[in-house]
Design a protein around this ligand. Sequence first.
Ligand SMILES: Nc1ncnc2c1ncn2[C@@H]1O[C@H](COP(=O)(O)OP(=O)(O)OP(=O)(O)O)[C@@H](O)[C@H]1O
Ligand SMILES: O=P(O)(O)O[C@H]1[C@H](OP(=O)(O)O)[C@@H](OP(=O)(O)O)[C@@H](O)[C@@H](O)[C@@H]1OP(=O)(O)O
Ligand SMILES: [Mg+2]
Ligand SMILES: [Mg+2]
Length: 355
Amino acid sequence: MIVARCVGKKLQNSRDVRTQIAPAVMAVASPPPRSFTVGYALTSKKIKSFIQPKLESHASTKGIRLVAIDRNKLLTEQGPFDVILHKITGKEWRQQLEDYKQKYPDVIVLDPPEAIQHLRNRQSMLQDVAQLDLCDCHVGVPRQLVITGDAASIPGSVAKAGLRLPLVAKPLVADGTAKSHAMSLAYDKYCLTELDPPLVLQEFVNHGGVLFKVYIVGDQIRVVRRFSLPDVQEGEDNCSGVIPFPRVSCAAATAEEADLDPQAAELPPPQLLDCLSKELRRRLGLRLFNLDIIREGGAGNRYYVIDINYFPGYGKMPDYEFVFTDFLLSLARSKGQLVVGGGGAHGGGSGNTSS
Ligand SMILES: Nc1ncnc2c1ncn2[C@@H]1O[C@H](COP(=O)(O)OP(=O)(O)OP(=O)(O)O)[C@@H](O)[C@H]1O
Ligand SMILES: O=P(O)(O)O[C@H]1[C@H](OP(=O)(O)O)[C@@H](OP(=O)(O)O)[C@@H](O)[C@@H](O)[C@@H]1OP(=O)(O)O
Ligand SMILES: [Mg+2]
Ligand SMILES: [Mg+2]
């Protein structure tokens, strides 16, 4: 400011000098790098697990500010935000996002509400996987059936579709409520009428008791091992009926340090994860999600995607503060925005990949 004022005085004296010093004025007057502001609208549980001090402090060293959006105020009266991170649904919130985009067209909303909506139904969530054609490896979805009618119709529908028992019964809606995570195994055809539609019935696939959680953050990928349901033996007759099971693959079920069968524990090939993630990012129109993948028989190269979650528990992902900060920096760069100290990427590998 001071420099610009002095220059202004000189300009009054000479027109010719003006043209000569104009570039210098421009250089001095260009605004300093400002921080890149990320507003977040998340549930309190998510804020606790995601907005950890290590993320806030690492992001701030790179010029990124994480700011809580106040849900009691109009969104358009807050910010301005360069990015809005959200895992909130509902018509009213969607309208607020629309209004905000009208007022600030350059804002990046992660992710588009309609794309998130696609994952809130266990039928539509896996549709894109079913259509994939990835060379070399088989990646599919277990055979499944959607039941929206009366439970009495289930045995007939299952027989008609030729599904093999046991079946994993999953609530059709995946809206983050405890009920939407309430899973059960249906072992025989007689118990099927006890199930509670609307639901998806998915064939149980033996996979050596290990599940791979593939976290996607833009073009970065991290994969971890979790415990899963044990294999079901052919002709096992000590199991029958509908057996509810708890969240067997939750964060506490990390299998990283466990003494696993080395074959079952082997991570899926990085090229496969790269191709799959890239393709799903494009088809789903999402940048923040994870995939639950199992390998048939715990060996070989037949993989199944059994679940996709929007904005999952990134707080437990290895290096999440670096991965997320790098991602936000890449967004700043894409907007042509300079951020303080925002040059270098983390680059710390943990055996995982970027695509
Ligand atoms: N088709 C299947 N074959 C074998 N095991 C399965 C299958 N589907 C689900 N499972 C097991 O059940 C668990 C829960 O299923 P799923 O991941 O669909 O539920 P979720 O509640 O959406 O999970 P999340 O907490 O990841 O959102 C899986 O982690 C896996 O252990
Ligand atoms: O609670 P956690 O940190 O474990 O995160 C879980 C997350 O809950 P949150 O949204 O409250 O964070 C879940 O979201 P909703 O389906 O319930 O919306 C779902 O995405 C799980 O898959 C996540 O576990 P992860 O797959 O990453 O292990
Ligand atoms: Mg899951
Ligand atoms: Mg899920």
